[in-house]
Write a protein that binds this ligand. Sequence first.
Ligand code: NDP
Length: 338
Amino acid sequence: MPEPTSENGADVFDVVIVGAGPAGLTAGIYCSRGRLKTAVLERNMAGGQIALTDLVENYPGFPEGISGFDLATKMKDQAVKFGAEMREIESVSELRTDPDGCHVIVTDREEIRTRAVILAPGVEGRRSGIPGEAEFIGRGVSWCATCDGALYRGRTVAVIGGGDSAVEEGMFLTKFADKVYIVHRRDQLRAAPIAQERAFANAKVEFVWDSVPKRIDGEEMVEALEVENVKTGEGRALPVNGVFIYIGQIPNTTWLKDTVALDDSGYIVTDGLLRTQLPGVFACGDARANPLKQIAMAIGEGALAAVQAGRYLDELGSPALGAKDAAGEGAAAAGTQR
Ligand code: NDP
């Protein structure tokens, strides 16, 4: 693995990638394989949202499906194999640009100087804000069926939402729970047809249509989810031991709001070549304002962001810091090899 160059005693990278989901890890593979000095920062463990996913069925090359954790591990191993430096459990709080044009990534451990940045911070589950949600986190309220589902063997749970996450994770929960309510605010699901078909055919799943969650109740642990029918106004308490919330996602971009252009929902705005408005700063993956939140999309964007970062470094003209053969080669290597 190439060592970061020392510049006046400080380490300097060619590219620092923020986020180790599929987009960030793919960018890591391409950058390191392009002989750019590359670090990948991740506030949790590598993998992002897919590491929380039981089974990925729509990623090409795995006709039987592959566990999200296994897929994430393979991507991480591939990036590390080519020389990317993985720094997990390291949280980024600031991006700034020094007068010399070098970017500085501020983390909870250090400040890292880098000539280019690829932002791939991903998304996280939206909170409902209903009473009881915050109080029962870890005591029955969860955003991760893969992590917590096994705790509900023989029990009853509710899933809130009607998208792919709610329906797929609800199906996963039927492996453990005796009964899974899926509470959706409309009478039609947003989830993909194949996921809907499976859920409708599963005897353990009961849909609670046209209903919104109002309150999570219990003593020590969750005991009930109160819902209200939006058409009739009728209230109902579902007797559940767990509540899994899948009502959409929010981008992990709060820390960028003063530096990088974001859209009204907080997603990172780029041009078609994934360039933000800051020279040398690129963005890819679910946190980018794009029309499709899928692994296939994220890895495509990760590859493009890496190639663009390589081209940017080439155009800067000076040799890539410390990478003896990187000048002029970064984009070529990242862009032409398969
Ligand atoms: P989505 O935004 O797709 O769905 C969120 C669901 O929550 C919707 O059904 C929405 O209702 C409902 N909802 C939103 N806000 C509230 C609220 N305040 N109260 C109650 N219900 C609410 O989010 P997902 O996390 O499911 O998916 C995010 C993206 O990731 C999507 O693009 C999805 O396709 C993708 N994905 C793909 C997977 C796959 O391909 N296997 C797996 C998982 C996710 P309404 O429908 O009325 O708007």
